[in-house]
Design a protein around this ligand. Sequence first.
Ligand SMILES: Cc1cc2nc3c(=O)[nH]c(=O)nc-3n(C[C@H](O)[C@H](O)[C@H](O)COP(=O)(O)O)c2cc1C
Length: 270
Amino acid sequence: MSQLLIEGVTYARRNRTQPPTERLAKALTKGYPDSLAPICASCTTVNSLPVPPPEDPLIMVEAWFNEAVREAHQRHPNAMTLATVDTASRPSARMILIKELSRIEGYVTFYSHYQSRKAMELERNANAAGVLHWDKLGRQIRFEGIVVRSPEDQSDAYFATRSTNSQLNAWVSEQSRPLESIAELTRRARDKASDLGLATEPDDGEEPRSGIRVPRPPFWGGYQFWFAAVELWLEGKDRFHDRLRYERALTPIGATAFTTGPWTCQRLHP
Ligand SMILES: Cc1cc2nc3c(=O)[nH]c(=O)nc-3n(C[C@H](O)[C@H](O)[C@H](O)COP(=O)(O)O)c2cc1C
């Protein structure tokens, strides 16, 4: 499985041995014509996506992620706007951080509270849309598809990599619910630490010290956002932007995975 793990600006791809920089460079150049190479920093030249388009848009998605991370123009190059809808078809959107791109299957993983507003909306309607924008690179990616919960073992594994304070905060934040004060949250975190036998000093900002493993809360974990549509957008001169829209069928197999049909692609007017 080819997966791109994203943690801040650190990437690691499983089953590969080259150092990250070489892997990134390889992913960027592999199979692309030179027309992909220019970065649209000022967009003074005509910029275009590959002609003919690659059959699999995820190759481009991965390359663009790699470049956004490498160029480090923004603190969170993996930040994506995620839009969901409620039962009355009213949309809502918020930022999330993509933590993993599964290029072969074609989904991204993010983490959240399973009783948050987004979670409630996804439970009733799993259709979602996502947008990434890298301003300095003049690139946008749009995703449309279906969001399902990650397998529990994957959520456990990711939760275990988080700092103890972050783990405690996951326990005590009732994401999207009314909160009396930040002080209440701090008190709840301290109480939770004490329940778990973790030694903490109030407000000292230090990580609680102990070898105690903080279990993952059952109400917090991963989501996989499987793509039925991907659109690549490249900023061009005088609004002659280039757009490639890809679509494919997603057929559920069980509650958490899909078989995927072949991609079809169309170039769109800007
Ligand atoms: C850059 C950025 C990254 C964020 N990443 C996440 C994330 O990965 N998961 C998450 O639950 N919330 C994340 N948030 C907070 C969400 O935008 C949002 O406030 C929160 O999830 C509650 O949304 P909801 O009430 O619609 O469920 C992030 C916010 C920003 C600005």
